[in-house]
Design a protein around this ligand. Structure first.
Ligand SMILES: NC(=O)c1ccc[n+]([C@@H]2O[C@H](COP(=O)([O-])OP(=O)(O)OC[C@H]3O[C@@H](n4cnc5c(N)ncnc54)[C@H](OP(=O)(O)O)[C@@H]3O)[C@@H](O)[C@H]2O)c1
Length: 337
């Protein structure tokens, strides 16, 4: 360990942790803990912004037990941006003073804190043109939208593919608002669903037609222009297969980013019966090169982040409650000062 790392490890930082499953926002506690020591392949960053994802409070609820968290107390949140303050001995591409974006290992967490240790492999450079908050919004939400569209739905984001009809549900949310914009980089017609208050915003993001999900047509997911969907990037929850099925083209796919027991059963059934219409569960597989691609799109102003709200670390529980409420428009940011 370098003498600088020894110095850092002796110092304390502000962090927000929870000590067991459940409890929601009131289960979060403000603590002082040692600044983490980066391993050989890690960088230590001073966090400028972290973003909250529904995943974070689902882990707290115990929805991924016994795998996550690995141990308590646990410092939640994995999407961070900040400045490199030290690097492990094996780190090649970053140095002190670099501005970066990283996705932390969810087994360990660490985002709701003044400092965090991130693997070099899932850390990328943050260009000057990309704000810390926009950058911290990208990892989980942006990578999920990208993976759903380019890998699961097969949309070519350089526009070179055949024309396809895409439906994005919950297009006002963290994943959905990126999915609409990324889909429009391809040769697509995009139908989107959101609440009435966000229809204008989602059109501005590029959707060709927008359904208010609380109207009968919205509930039935019927395209106003009569299109059948080749792929659905399903970012909402609790919509049964029977609603999707009549709206799909012959080989249409529903890419479900929140697969539960019933959707997994549908997935198995569709496979077993050689159905042309498919249900595809998606579990994010984060890659540094994909994060880099998204950052470049932001830099080139081809992708933007909608920020719902920002909170200081001292009010992280308010940010947590806002995310749990399920009505964010875009991303929720926490900023340690
Ligand atoms: N598989 C993976 O690896 C992965 C990765 C990321 C996220 N996810 C999951 O994907 C889901 C979405 O994540 P997120 O970050 O986008 O959530 P989010 O930002 O919290 O989504 C909130 C938005 O969804 C809208 N919404 C809720 N229900 C809707 C419905 N039935 N139809 C249309 N809009 C609806 C809300 O609009 P109103 O306020 O108008 O109601 C709100 O704007 C979560 O369940 C999350 O856990 C999975």
């Amino acid at each position: 360990m370098s003498s600088k790392l020894v110095d850092m490890a002796e110092k304390l930082m502000q962090a927000v942790q929870y000590n067991g499953y459940g409890g929601g926002a009131s289960g979060l506690k403000h603590v002082e803990v040692p600044i983490p020591n980066p391993n050989k392949d890690e960088i230590l960053l001073k966090v400028e912004a972290a973003s909250i994802n529904p995943f974070d409070w689902k882990v707290q609820k115990g929805m991924l037990r016994p795998f996550l968290p690995r141990k308590f107390p646990y410092t939640p949140c994995n999407d961070v941006s900040g400045e490199v303050v030290d690097v492990g001995a094996g780190v090649k591409n970053f140095k002190t003073g670099d501005k970066v974006i990283a996705m932390l290992n969810p087994l360990i967490g660490g985002g709701l804190a003044q400092f965090a240790a991130a693997k070099e492999s899932i850390t990328v450079t943050r260009p000057r043109e990309v704000s810390a908050a926009d950058a911290a919004s990208l990892p989980v939400a942006g990578l999920t939208a990208l993976q759903a569209l380019s890998q699961s739905a097969g949309v070519k984001l350089d526009g070179s593919g055949q024309p396809v009809n895409i439906l994005v549900t919950a297009a006002s949310g963290g994943v959905g608002h990126y999915a609409v914009q990324l889909a429009k980089l391809g040769n697509t017609h995009v139908t989107a669903t959101c609440g009435a208050r966000n229809v204008k915003l989602v059109k501005k993001l590029g959707a060709d037609e927008v359904l208010d999900y609380k109207t009968p047509e919205g509930e039935a997911l019927i395209s106003p222009s009569g299109r059948k969907y080749d792929a659905v990037i399903h970012c909402a929850t609790d919509i049964p297969w029977s609603i999707f099925e009549p709206n799909l083209s012959t080989n249409g796919k529903v890419i479900d980013i929140t697969p539960g027991l019933s959707s997994m059963a549908t997935f198995a059934l569709k496979k077993l019966t050689f159905s042309k219409k498919q249900f595809v569960p998606l579990f994010l597989n984060p890659k540094g090169e994909n994060l880099d691609y998204l950052v470049k799109l932001v830099k080139e102003k081809k992708l933007k982040t909608v920020i719902d709200s920002k909170y200081p670390l001292t009010k992280a529980e308010d940010a947590w409650a806002k995310s749990m409420d399920g009505h964010a428009t875009g991303k929720i940011i926490v900023e340690p000062k």
